[in-house]
Design a binder for this molecule. Sequence first.
Ligand code: SF4
Ligand code: MG
Length: 319
Amino acid sequence: MEAIVTIENLRKYFDIKKSIFSKPRKVKAINDISLNIPRGSIFSVVGESGSGKSTLGRLILKLIEPTSGKICFEGEDITDLGSKDLIKYRREMQIVQQDPYNSLHPRKLIKDIVGEGLKIHYKLPSDEIYVRIKEILERVGLREEHMFRYPHEFSGGQRQRIAMARALVLRPKFLVLDEPTSALDVSVQARTLALLKELKESLELTYLFITHNLAVVDYIATHVTVMYLGKIMELGSKDEIFSNPKHPYTMSLLEAIPSAGRGKRIRKIPRGEIPSPLDPPKGCLFHTRCVQAMDICSKEEPDEIEISKGHLCRCHLYS
Ligand code: SF4
Ligand code: MG
């Protein structure tokens, strides 16, 4: 499959001060990540909070600048483009954030929230803008009369649909969905995921789908990347990762979902909490919590190993 987004050796380091008296320290939020996102895929990025998944999404959209590395969209290097040259990509790459309660301006009508991007990006007559807003609202299951209401008049699920309409009205090709359903009730989550899946097919989109929930990944994703402290631990097709997980961290995440009863796994969950990104462990980043850790694991960092075509894993068990 042709890649719509390619990233090479991407790094994002932040300077963080523990207190006003201490020297700033580097946090490696994204630490040398390379991957290809196939066109038409639902490419999920999985990990606990602090793994760097949201930072990765924001880097790809150029909402923040990388420390080093390269980002290509449809074969074009967009890493060093300034804001003027980025305008075209701003239409084609959109984001839907986690929180439907804070992401919509409380004092704006829905038509103005959804139509804002259209006014910025296209010089369309206002009747055409009206039609585009109406159409996209209907596409996500809302109605024309909703255009004249305010965000507080809607439920969480409806607000997330409004956020989706705002992103989709520009007819993007690529969408970053950052935990799009994690703030919603379970029943609403299921319907929202079904809608996202349907929109992906009918509008020929590609998703970067950020989540910590493997059950959601099982339902929606075509590809899975497992991140830990800014690095990729394992990557492959959804079917391969769920039926043949190799990394102990992936296995422990899968262990936490009772419904994913496929494949053989180790019946152990990771010990303790994810370490602070300010003080990442030496050697394998996961060794402080790994039930299979060996002597070498606290000393040497494992390389990425190709288990089979398209299935990568970073673990000494396979080197
Ligand atoms: Fe566990 Fe060692 Fe593999 Fe890291 S390299 S995941 S510590 S077995
Ligand atoms: Mg996040």
